[in-house]
Structure formats: C-alpha cells, structure tokens
Design a protein around this ligand. Structure first.
Ligand code: GAR
Length: 191
C-alpha cells in the first residue's frame, strides 16, 4: 500500500511567490499535499493564490486577539485542525511562540546565511555590512528569531552596484528551487 501523502500547511504573510513555487513544483509528485494555507495578514496575495489552487485558507490576525499568547493559541488550534505533518513558512513574518513551535514540525527559509543577518531586513543588513557573499538558509523553526537548526544553505554573491532590490531578486531566484528541493527531501524523510 502506498504511504499516505505528507500533509503540508503553508503559512505566509505576503505576496506568495514562495507558496507559488511550492505549488508549481507539484507536491503530489513527491508524496505531499498542501492541505491548507494560513496567514496573519487577511487578504494577502498569498492566500488569494492558494484559493485559486482550490486550497483551503485561514487567517489568524494578531490584532484580533488581546495578546500574543492568545494569538499563538488560536494559530496552534487552526493548525491542529489541518493535522499537518510539516508546517512550511513561506514569507510568514511573525515570530511563533513556544506553544506553536513545540507542537509542530516547522521549516522556514530566510534570505541570509544564518546566523548572519537574522530578523526582518536581512538583505539590507548584509549590504550595510559590506559582505561579499550572502544567501539562503533553510532551517527548523524554534521560538527564537531565525535561530533554529540549519538544514541547508546556498550562497549568493554580492556584486558591485547591488542594491536591496537587485540582491533580493538574485537571492530569491536561488531560494525558490532550493527551498522546494529541501521540502521535497524532508517529505521523503517524513514518509
Ligand atoms: C522570501 O524571500 C523569504 O525568504 C522571506 O520572505 C520572502 C517571501 O516572499 N522570508 C523571511 O524573510 C523570513 N524571515 P513571498 O511573500 O513572495 O513568498
């Protein structure tokens, strides 16, 4: 009997190009299924994209809760309802609390070579530091800011004349197939 599909829930806050890359890679082909997509930003383009693919979406906005702990509890409850084997962060821009990260297997992609340049402006920070190389880190998520165990990294050179937009674009061109390959590998290990 074939192993059942690995259930993936994607969390995203923004434009959804990472989510799109995951869906375009045909997760069914590597034994996975994106069963739902969730967000903290109601109406963000990432959720519209998921809906176009017929994927169930949910929104858990921080502003709808009296504190962060309540938001974390609500997010954990929504995630639990979808029974994920793997939670995939795809440009999800909130820090998850211990009640979420200890309950699920969560993977993230971050556009720097961690532990360098964690936080919300990794490309800007890399340029400001004058590094010659930056890149992408795929890592497990813990309750720190981009501090979880590293799974894989890919380097991207900084070139003369780079600004935040040009370097971000080159990093993301590397990041998408790299993240998809890492997710595929994780799904094979989970099955
Ligand atoms: C991606 O480059 C991802 O690495 C980054 O946000 C972008 C999302 O783009 N994530 C982080 O910086 C997390 N710390 P998208 O909204 O088009 O998928």
């Amino acid at each position: 009997m074939p192993a059942r599909a690995v259930r993936i829930v994607v969390l995203a806050s923004g434009r959804g190009s990472t989510l799109r890359a995951i869906l375009d890679a045909d997760p069914g082909g590597f034994g996975a299924r994106v069963v739902a997509a969730g967000t903290d930003v109601k109406g963000c383009p990432a959720m519209a994209h998921a809906e176009e693919h017929g994927i169930e979406t949910f929104a858990v906005g921080l502003g709808d809760f009296h504190d962060r702990a309540a938001w974390n509890d609500a997010l954990a409850e929504s995630l639990t309802g979808h029974r994920p084997d793997l939670v995939v962060l795809a440009g999800f821009m909130r820090i998850l609390g211990p009640g979420v990260v200890r309950r699920f297997r969560i993977v993230n992609t971050h556009p720097s070579l961690l532990p360098s340049f964690p936080g919300p402006h990794p490309v800007r920070d890399a340029l400001a530091a004058g590094v010659e190389r930056t890149g992408v880190t795929v890592h497990w998520v813990d309750d720190g800011v981009d501090t979880g165990p590293v799974i894989a990294q890919a380097e991207v050179s900084v070139v003369a004349g780079d600004d935040e937009a040009s370097l971000t674009a080159r990093i993301q061109a590397v990041e998408k197939p790299f993240y998809v390959a890492a997710i595929r590998q994780l799904c094979q290990e989970i099955r």
